[in-house]
Design a protein around this ligand. Structure first.
Ligand code: SF4
Length: 295
């Protein structure tokens, strides 16, 4: 990073500290001191809007307040609680992670990034987020929100993955890393969005893109997610319909094929095949049901 970039980072860090109380969102998992609750929130937040996570997160932790309770339940119970979140492979991964935590970590979510990365469904971002938010480890978090902020406010250019990681690490303060990381996420979620709201942004005076101008560097930068294809009419929608029906009861193939109007039977067959392959649905006698998972 250049000297002016370093100076810019220090000014940005100070400005973010000052703005943090105004950026804070009243989300129930923020500041939560239970690492399991934090891990569940981070898995649910992968690919899902924050507003859609609050209710399922509460419901899930009421049913499974500890990893052990989740691990001891059949997969079908976890899939029932996943209602409204989509991307059900995450539910299966979380169930597997809970079993691993029960069997290999004595029921306690591990605190270091390397151990967290060995859990199913836990990638770089999720491991760092849990280590930072639940265990106050000095690690950077790089998701789509933070990726946009780094590209615009710090670098004012499109960042490759290594550069984005290095920029995020350089930006970290020496203390109170969790609240700093949270403020970065809050900024990206509320102001530095895909279409940025620079006019009201409390970081505007410390933002390099705002100062220097130029094309928006965020869209192709590391960590920044691409636009998802439309949900309506997608296989994801059909998967959701099939799983929603199976949450209610076991169904024969004929009944299952009538779950959604106007969708060809062959489409259902393909979707069902995928669900079986993913270990989310299984056959019992002549019917289909949510998978129980191995004991
Ligand atoms: S001024 Fe605009 S680009 Fe800069 S941090 Fe704020 S919202 Fe993002």
């Amino acid at each position: 990073m250049t000297a002016s970039g370093s100076d810019g980072s220090a000014a940005f860090r100070r400005a973010l500290r000052r703005a943090a109380p105004h950026l804070a969102r009243p989300l129930p998992w923020i500041g939560h001191d239970d690492p399991w609750a934090v891990l569940v929130s981070e898995v649910m937040l992968q690919q899902t809007q924050t507003s859609r996570v609050e209710e399922p997160w509460r419901r899930f932790l009421e049913a499974f307040p500890t990893p052990r309770q989740c691990a001891d339940a059949p997969l079908s119970s976890v899939l029932r609680l996943w209602s409204g979140l989509g991307y059900h492979r995450r539910a299966k991964a979380l169930h597997e992670a809970a079993r691993r935590i029960r069997d290999d970590f004595d029921g306690a979510v591990p605190s270091d990034v390397a151990a967290l990365r060995t859990l199913a469904g836990v990638g770089e971002y999720t491991a760092n987020a849990v280590a930072s938010f639940a265990f106050s480890r000095r690690v950077a978090v790089l998701d789509t929100n933070v990726g946009r902020v780094l590209a615009r406010a710090i670098a004012n250019r499109t960042l490759g993955l290594r550069e984005a990681r290095a920029t995020a690490a350089t930006l970290l303060p020496r203390r109170d890393v969790a609240s700093f990381n949270q403020a970065l996420l809050d900024l990206g979620a509320q102001y530095c969005t895909s279409t940025p709201r620079c006019a009201g942004c409390p970081l505007a005076n410390a933002c390099r893109w705002r100062r220097e101008g130029g094309p928006d560097p965020a869209p192709r930068s590391a960590g920044v997610s691409r636009r998802q294809p439309p949900f309506e009419g997608s296989d994801r929608q059909v998967r959701g319909q099939v799983l929603a029906a199976l949450r209610e009861r076991e169904l024969t193939p004929a009944k299952l094929a009538r779950v959604g109007d106007g969708i060809e039977a062959t489409r259902y067959a393909t979707v069902l095949e995928g669900l079986v392959r993913d270990g989310l649905v299984e056959r019992v006698g002549r019917s289909w049901r949510l998978a129980e998972g191995s004991p």
